[in-house]
Design a protein around this ligand. Structure first.
Ligand SMILES: [Zn+2]
Length: 429
């Protein structure tokens, strides 16, 4: 592959340091070989040079909480979707995510190993992904898909996704081994109730500390870690006491649980867009969600922003995540504006979406535009430090480069992307 150079108005390298004006990135053999002021670096002879007006270069964004094999919250539509179709829907979901500038994701459940293997084989455009496969829940907990009518909604019955309901220490040990065998990179537990579960409340803890601890221990045996859907302070505390690495949502974080997060060095993945997406989905999708779930989302939304603002102010490590599937895939970068409205600077929101998730994943080769790193590069039009919400507008995403190869080149397509067609990776799901 010939060298690739992208020349831009400015470069934000993801480390948090000031942007560099009139900059360029040079890519050779899938890695960044140079990044900095255009005048300070040499573009190799024969390199392919990409440029456009008023571009900003950024590292590929990293979303630490998506569900690629799930699409929307409409219960009726979920009931009418065969598992094979649900699985195939992950193909456009992956493409939309990558087209939005998200080059790496962590999938928080329901996506089987085949999606990752097919993506790695190049069968369709997709972000790099780490998978939790199953979503483990106690009986009657957030991940129990048994509906009050007695039917299971099937979202946990995807091909190659072990059923996630488990109770007791010995059963948990066996279940974690089963999920690891199914290819999980992460173990996902629900340690509190949630919004989209019929029989519980976000305010209550789920699983005992002993059950959570055995999951952490079993995962650690093979060098893997645990992520916890945790909203209530008690559920967050139990997860942290047992050694969970990342807290998902954290909607009801209080002073004590924030202090414990800092003490344990745990990451918060806020998914600030999720409660609003539940409400929008219920309004926009012809209903399909019971009123009590919408009411839970409305109550949680306001508390969530207060809790995340307090965590940011206290210096908790925050990594971007969206719970995409609840909202449309490919709209991930809306989360950065939400993080800014909870107290981050635009630069901090970018770092929380690049360098910090790379640290969370222990991927020192990702997350910044520095020599030697894997070349995941996004070029956007305009300056996201001046308008963070511009990142969420797909018309601003101009180039998406993953592993040094151009995945999407939208230069010159400013008008075309506004009309959504079924074949476009940008079409709304
Ligand atoms: Zn989720």
């Amino acid at each position: 592959m010939p060298a690739l150079a992208i020349v831009a108005e400015r470069l934000i390298d993801g480390t948090g340091r000031d942007p560099i004006e009139r900059a360029a990135v040079v890519i050779e053999d899938g890695r960044i070989s140079a990044a900095g002021a255009r005048a300070s670096l040499t573009i190799p002879a024969g390199a392919r040079v990409l440029e456009d007006n008023d571009l900003t270069l950024l590292p590929g964004f990293m979303d630490m909480h998506v569900h690629l094999a799930s699409s929307g919250t409409n219960l009726v539509r979920i009931l009418m979707t065969p598992p094979s179709l649900a699985l195939l829907n992950s193909v456009p979901n992956c493409a939309r995510t990558l087209a939005a500038g998200v080059t790496t994701v962590r999938d928080a459940g329901h996506t089987p190993i085949g999606v990752r293997l097919a993506a790695e084989a190049g069968h369709f455009p997709a972000p790099r992904m780490e998978l939790a496969i199953s979503l483990l829940s106690q009986t009657g907990g957030h991940g129990d898909d048994l509906m009050p009518c007695g039917a299971r909604v099937g979202i946990t019955m995807n091909v190659d996704v072990p059923h996630g309901v488990v109770d007791g220490v010995d059963a948990m040990r066996r279940k974690v081994r089963e999920v690891l065998h199914a290819g999980a990179d992460w173990i996902k537990l629900c340690t509190s109730g949630g919004v989209l579960s019929p029989g519980d409340l976000p305010d209550h803890a789920q699983f005992s500390v002993e059950e959570i601890r055995v999951a952490v221990e079993e995962a650690a045996v093979v060098g893997k870690r645990v992520m916890a859907h945790a909203m209530s302070p008690s559920g967050i505390r139990n997860a942290l006491m047992a050694g969970v690495a990342t807290i998902e949502h954290g909607c009801l974080l209080d002073e004590e649980s924030i202090a414990l997060m800092k003490e344990r060095g745990a990451y918060l993945v806020p998914t600030l867009v999720a409660p609003g997406d539940v409400i929008d989905g219920a309004k926009g999708g012809g209903g399909g969600l019971p009123a009590e779930m919408v009411e839970k989302a409305e109550r949680i939304g306001g508390l969530h922003r207060v809790a995340v603002s307090a965590a940011i102010a206290a210096g908790v490590k925050v990594a971007m995540g969206t719970d995409s599937a609840i909202g449309p895939h490919g709209t991930n970068l809306r989360e950065l504006g939400q993080m800014v409205r909870c107290g981050m600077s635009p630069m901090e929101a970018i770092v929380a979406s690049t360098r910090v998730p790379a640290e969370l994943l222990r991927r020192a080769d990702l997350g910044s535009l520095q020599p030697g790193k894997i070349a995941d590069v996004v070029a956007v039009s305009g300056d996201p430090l001046a308008d963070i919400d511009s990142l969420a507008d797909p018309r601003h995403i101009r180039l998406v480069i993953k592993d040094g190869a151009v995945a999407y080149d939208f230069r010159g397509e400013a008008v075309a992307v506004q009309s959504s067609s079924a074949s476009s990776p940008r079409a709304a799901s």
